[in-house]
Every structure is written in structure tokens, then in C-alpha cells.
Design a protein around this ligand. Structure first.
Ligand code: GLY
Length: 372
């Protein structure tokens, strides 16, 4: 492992201190978005983002051994599972929810109930696989043929379950879905589709939809970040070169479209003026952690280009969008964009931006455990 740089160690200390104050400020809330007042909301527990705050607590516990983080993180997988037994809207995002909670808890403490919950969530996710289109279906309701690029990250839950119980059924489904991400979501130029609508009976592609991007053929930056990171993970686990190539294709597109300040716009192909369109710090944080993942899988001379940009992005996020100037602010990063086309959560703090920012700096400080 490369030596830990002094400035990265200092930054991790700053982040751990911040998570500690967030712990006191956030309390029992399930944070998703914080606006200009710096107060995180209290989102419903079956919302796709509910795993990230407890994930930050487990990460801080893993890095520091401070029991107060563990104590605060402990109940979260119970809260999630209790909701699963009621009317709920859990979907393809159970990976985002159960990996940083139940599975992380099991990895760190050996808690068998965490393992059981993680496996139950993996079974749920596997049950969403469409055999005709070879995709994991997105969301619920009547869009049986919809699949989305974000799910490139959720398949880590299937890979974990396969390893945990020794049953390749899970990893085979994950690979089939990853193949669909490569074939139907990642475009020739490395930009990605957000939603692909399949005929759920024949598996034929019907159409591509813009989803959270500006248009079907635009380039939603967070979607690219999910694809980059998800394909790097899939390569790490399978060692199949096609996923490495896919991750690199997206990485090169992402890097080439970064503005000079290294903070991505919410959509790299927005028709609006780059000076006026919002940025998305969450896309930057996710992509930076994904680039570090990619770098860790390559020999030094190939890895350097990815690591250099990742570090530039992370310090740009910290310098220009960090909340360090306001200790009352409950988030780490400002200027995230949730869903611009729907007019939701633009120029806000997003808990997943905070999670991946913290995770990336943990990686720079030698953290080698992998949740995703
Ligand atoms: N739907 C997940 C995201 O907003 O990235």
C-alpha cells in the first residue's frame, strides 16, 4: 500500500471529527437532504438513501475504533428490517440500504442477525431479476420493464451473498445484470443512459428515458459515477476484463468533461450555460471514490491518472463546497443536485455525497474493507 500522505491524514481527522458532531446533531433522524439552513431532514426509512448515514457511522467506527459510532450505528438495520415487514417501497436500492448497515455491521462485529438481514435483502434483490431482458428491474408499480444505471452499485449485495453462502446463483445474476449495464446503458463514448425500458416479456429494448438527466441522450453525471464505480467493483470481484474496459470508458468520459474547477455539473450535456447550471457534488464524490477503486486495481503506471484526478476532485469538493466554515451545518458538502428535471433537491447537501466523500478519504488513509 502506498504511504499515507500527511494532508490526507489531516483531512480524515477532520472528517471523523465532523461525523462525530453530525452524530450529535442528527440523532435519530434518517437524513437525506439539507438545504441552506444546514439541517438534515428526517426521511422515511424505506427511502433509498437510508443506509448512507449509518454507513458513515460504521465507517468512522472501522477507522477509529470509537465505540460511540458503533453504538449509534447499531440499531439501523433493525429499523430497516422492521419497515420491510410493513407496507413499504423497498426496491432495487436494497443494496444501498443493507450493505452499509446490516452487512457492514456483520463484517465489523460478526453479528449473525446482520448477516441474516443482508442475505434476506440479497434474496429480495435477486427476485427482481427479469430473465428475458437480463436486468434487475427498477422501482415498483407498473413499469415492469424499467431498469436504471444506479443498480450497477446495488449488485455488490449479490456478489457479497454469493461469497457468503458459497452459492453462485447470486453472482451469476449480478454478472448478467452487469452485462446489461455494459451493453445497454454505457454508450460508445462512455456517457450513460439513466433508464432503459425493456419489454418485460421479450427482453427487447423499447426506449431510453432521460430520468434524472436532462434528456435521453444527455449525460447525467451521477449516473456516470454509478456506472464507473459499479463496473470497477464488478471487475474487482470477477476479474473479467470487459468490466474494467467499461469502467475505464466511463472514467475517461467523466474526466474529459470535468470543468476546470474539477466539480461536475449535474449533467455534462445540459443545454444551459455552464456558469448557471447547478453542480452535483455527490456525483463528484461518488466518481472520486470509484476512480480510487479503479486505481487500486491497476499497476501504478496506469493507476496514476485516475488517482490524481480523484484527489484533485476531492480537495476541490472540500475547498469549494465543504461546510467547514459552519460547525452547525449538519452535512459535509454543499451543492448537490438530487433530481433537477423534477425540480427536486437542487443545490443542497445530500447524504450520499457525504458518504462517498468520507469513504474516498478513508481509502486514501488505507481503508481496504469494501462495502460496495
Ligand atoms: N436514484 C438514485 C440517484 O439519485 O442517484
Amino acid at each position: 500500500m502506498a504511504d499515507i500522505l500527511e494532508k490526507d491524514a489531516v483531512m480524515w481527522e477532520k472528517i471523523a471529527g465532523k461525523i462525530k458532531s453530525m452524530n450529535a446533531q442528527i440523532g435519530e433522524k434518517s437524513p437525506h437532504v439539507a438545504g441552506a439552513d444546514g439541517k438534515y431532514d428526517d426521511m422515511r426509512i424505506d427511502w433509498w438513501t437510508s443506509g448512507f448515514w449509518p454507513g458513515m457511522l460504521w465507517l468512522a467506527y472501522d477507522m477509529t475504533g470509537d465505540e460511540t459510532f458503533k453504538k449509534s450505528a447499531w440499531e439501523w438495520d433493525d429499523r430497516l428490517e422492521r419497515k420491510m415487514l410493513e407496507i413499504n417501497s423497498f426496491d432495487h436500492d436494497v443494496g444501498f440500504q443493507f450493505l452499509p448497515t446490516a452487512v457492514f455491521k456483520y463484517m465489523l462485529t460478526g453479528d449473525q442477525d446482520g448477516r441474516r438481514k443482508g442475505l434476506a435483502a440479497a434474496n429480495f434483490l435477486a427476485g427482481r431479476f427479469n430473465v428475458n431482458g437480463r436486468y434487475i428491474r427498477a422501482w415498483n408499480g407498473d413499469k415492469h420493464g424499467w431498469s436504471i444505471v444506479d443498480s450497477a452499485m446495488n449488485i455488490s449485495l449479490l456478489f457479497w451473498a454469493a461469497e457468503e453462502v458459497g452459492d453462485p446463483r447470486f453472482s451469476e445474476l449480478a454478472k448478467l445484470h452487469a452485462d446489461t449495464i455494459v451493453d445497454k446503458f454505457i454508450r460508445e463514448d462512455g456517457s450513460v443512459n439513466h433508464i432503459v425500458s425493456f419489454d418485460p416479456l421479450t427482453g427487447e429494448v423499447i426506449e431510453v428515458l432521460g430520468g434524472q438527466g436532462e434528456a435521453p441522450d444527455s449525460a447525467w453525471s451521477r449516473g456516470a459515477a454509478w456506472a464507473l464505480y459499479g463496473m470497477a467493483n464488478t471487475y474487482r470481484i470477477t476479474k473479467d476484463n470487459k468490466y474494467l474496459k467499461a469502467a475505464q470508458r466511463v472514467a475517461h468520459f467523466f474526466i474529459a468533461h470535468l470543468p476546470a474547477d474539477r466539480i461536475p455539473l449535474w449533467d455534462f450535456r445540459t443545454q444551459g450555460s455552464p456558469e448557471q447550471e447547478p453542480r452535483d457534488t455527490s456525483a463528484g464524490a461518488i466518481a472520486a471514490s470509484g476512480l480510487l477503486e479503479l486505481a487500486a486495481l491497476l499497476p501504478e503506471h496506469e493507476a496514476r491518472q485516475y488517482k490524481t484526478v480523484a484527489v484533485e476532485m476531492l480537495y476541490a469538493l472540500s475547498d469549494h463546497c465543504g461546510t467547514w466554515d459552519n460547525s452547525q451545518h449538519e452535512a459535509i458538502l454543499r451543492e448537490g443536485t438530487g433530481h433537477k428535471p423534477a425540480g427536486q433537491n437542487v443545490n443542497v447537501s445530500l447524504i450520499y455525497g457525504d458518504y462517498y466523500f468520507a469513504e474516498a478519504f478513508a481509502k486514501l488513509n488505507g481503508w481496504t474493507r469494501r462495502i460496495f
